[in-house]
Design a protein around this ligand. Structure first.
Ligand SMILES: [Zn+2]
Ligand SMILES: [Zn+2]
Length: 82
């Protein structure tokens, strides 16, 4: 299961090329993570790499359920049971 491409691209446009991670337990602590990410590096463990993650864990077809997370944040976030 994953998001449709249109949902990911809408969430991506909303993120303005930055990690949108709001998780308080990460190194960026209370501040939203704003690490720059690049579209071409999707799904890769490289500088600027990132992944789309479902906030609800259900892969709803809505951009608001889709988080754009830099690789560090994605790795630090518990993966949802699928
Ligand atoms: Zn991040
Ligand atoms: Zn984070």
């Amino acid at each position: 299961m994953s998001f449709s491409e249109s949902v990911v691209s809408q969430a991506w446009n909303r993120s303005h090329g930055k990690c949108g991670c709001p998780h308080l337990a990460h190194d960026h602590s209370r501040n939203p993570c704003i690490r720059p990410v690049s579209w071409e590096a999707r799904g890769r463990e490289v500088n600027g790499g990132w992944q789309a993650r479902s906030t609800s864990g259900k892969y709803l077809d809505t951009p608001s359920d889709c988080e754009i997370l830099c690789w560090a944040c994605y790795s630090a976030t518990p993966h949802q049971a699928q």
